[in-house]
Design a protein around this ligand. Sequence first.
Ligand SMILES: [Zn+2]
Ligand SMILES: [Zn+2]
Length: 300
Amino acid sequence: MVVFGPSLRIFGFQLIPELDFVNGMLCMVFYEIKAYGITVGYHRYFTHKSFEADDGTAICLGIAGGMGAQGGIKRWAGNHRRHHWKSDTDEDISSPWYSDNIVFGLCFSHLGWVWTERQIDDPNLVRDLAKNPIVKFLDKYAWFWPILGFILPAIIAGLITWSFKGAWGGFLWGGVMSTAAEHQFTFTINSICHVFGSRPFDTGDMSGNVPILSGTTKGENYHNNHHEFEESACHGLLEDQYDPSWELIKKLADHGHVWNIRIPSREKILKRLKPGSPPPKVIVIKPEWIRKPKNAKKAA
Ligand SMILES: [Zn+2]
Ligand SMILES: [Zn+2]
């Protein structure tokens, strides 16, 4: 018997478990893992090579990003590199300016483009990644990482509550809902950050900095800065711009897991800043953020 209502039930089984403490924590924790996997892993490490990492860190970042269910690394990086190359032109797969109607453009750039034929696998854009054995391994099992992102919270919740009902709650809230939220906030970069926001750099496209999205997008919201300095490990380059992904990269560097961090010099930033923009943030680069630790293992 099916009972519809706030708590949908089938034969007495609650289909949508309530958002209790365990489910809430799992949803938050897995959101963080998937979001940082995409921003620090897929985007700043694999796509833009903003820093180097040891093998273990690269694999963890790749799996975390894979759990975010945005496809394999080569395809993601290829599409993204093309976005930078052809930004806000007809050949940009996810530009809100694809249409003359900006409301349609916002919807298309947010989610619509995912279901179009505009995504292409261009091997010329990812030659470096195609040779990387870690990327080969991660992409070979690209179908499995999103499933892992669903079943891991289910297993954890099942073990905590020691019940099937608990595992189902972990699957739904920690797995499905965290992935859905992570998708929506990633896509705000394509949509909102290419229509709204401040533009302290003249990037020749419509990328903007939208401070309110800092926590949810992990610093990717400083998108105008990013289009100006694609290779920079820090996107929140100006004063008072909080960039959580940069904070994580610094922590990984402090522990010797990443090095050769790429940051534009203050002089370079000042040279390109439009008059009246906030000044660059003071970033003191520690020597250990640059040199490779003696015991670091790196495959490519
Ligand atoms: Zn962009
Ligand atoms: Zn980028």
